[in-house]
Design a protein around this ligand. Structure first.
Ligand code: UDP
Ligand code: MG
Length: 317
């Protein structure tokens, strides 16, 4: 790379009027230091993405832009959630930068890691660099445990994700263009980005407390996000229905033997044996049938997403 790259820092903001005036100058400082050392272009900038905030976030972005034009903004018509506003930001900068870094507005993710991400991008040619938390000491016990349980469950379901990585990452222009080809509306970027492939690197950092304001992710949002994270990538839950049905069908043999013995020993009431046998047998058949239908629905689900079938990372012509 002959010229230092233009870096775009993309910041999703929902009701962040308190945090932004602290966060934006901090990030400008980092851009300044990278421009001074020649690591990034002086044209690098920050895109604040207002996710239909109810407070004065958008006005704050306007005020910050008036002070320094490297702070730019977009505003969604109404609140669409972190993943969608982040995608809107990334697609806005897609053709206007060499690499984009997504980071939350609350400085919980150490902004100094931005420099190390850009270094990996420039020196190692990493097209995707994940920010990974080295410790979650500042998270509550509940958040930490539930997050780890969620990562483990995802792995078991065959979803490819990076442990302890939230949406703090660098993506090259090339990676952004490949991301643009994913047409799905149930967005789970932490699963989609590893799905793209490309050369990746990792930068670790300590997670801090929120700089101002409070979390915009209540338990209900976290839960629905986790369910999205599994169901957007895996048809395994449906396959499990089929598996349970098959196991029950095998168990039927044991149940049938037990019922017949009880029947011939005369230890049963009339009608019990036939009822038991049919409940077990039909139950397992129904589950197997649902599993088979699920298998087809899973295929349809994958098809309607219209995901790109491959991603070319380099060409020599
Ligand atoms: N956020 C958003 N839209 C929402 C909720 C959150 O853009 O509907 C942003 C928020 O402004 C912040 C980031 O997503 O920049 C992460 O949210 P938060 O820090 O509240 O989540 P937590 O770190 O507590 O999980
Ligand atoms: Mg946060």
């Amino acid at each position: 790379m002959s010229q230092p790259p233009v870096i775009a820092i993309v910041v999703p903001c929902y009701n962040e009027e308190e945090a932004l005036p602290i966060t934006a100058p901090k990030m400008l400082e980092i851009l300044d230091s990278m421009a001074a050392t020649g690591l990034a272009s002086p044209d690098s900038y920050i895109l604040c993405c207002n996710d239909g905030s109810k407070d004065r976030t958008w006005e704050t972005i306007g005020r910050l832009h008036a002070m320094d034009s490297r702070i730019k903004g977009i505003s969604l018509a109404h609140n669409r959630g972190h993943q969608k506003v982040l995608l809107a930001g990334l697609m806005t900068v897609c053709d206007r930068c060499d690499a984009a870094i997504s980071i939350d507005a609350d400085l919980q993710d150490d902004p100094m890691a931005i420099v190390r991400m850009v270094e990996l991008f420039v020196n190692e040619g990493d097209e995707i660099v994940y920010g990974v938390r080295s410790s979650r000491a500042t998270d509550s016990w509940f958040k930490r445990t539930s997050a780890h349980a969620f990562y483990n469950m995802q792995r078991k379901m065959g979803v490819e994700t990076v442990f302890d990585h939230a949406d703090y990452r660098l993506m090259s222009n090339n990676a952004l263009r490949l991301l643009a080809e994913y047409g799905e509306s149930n967005l789970f970027l932490r699963g989609i980005v590893p799905h793209i492939g490309l050369k990746t690197g990792i930068v670790t950092y300590q997670r801090a407390e929120r700089v101002a304001g409070e979390s915009k992710y209540p338990l209900s949002k976290m839960l629905s996000f986790s369910i999205d994270g599994i169901t957007s990538f895996s048809a395994k839950p449906m396959r499990m229905i089929f598996l349970i049905g098959t196991i029950l069908l095998v168990l039927d043999i044991a149940v049938a033997i037990w019922v017949l013995i009880a029947h011939f020993c005369g230890r049963t009431m009339s009608g019990w044996s036939s009822l038991m046998l049919s409940v077990w047998f039909l139950g397992s058949l129904i589950l197997i049938g649902m599993g088979i239908i699920g298998e087809y629905i899973g295929k349809i689900y994958i098809e309607v997403k219209h995901r790109p079938r491959y991603a070319i990372s380099k060409t020599i012509w």
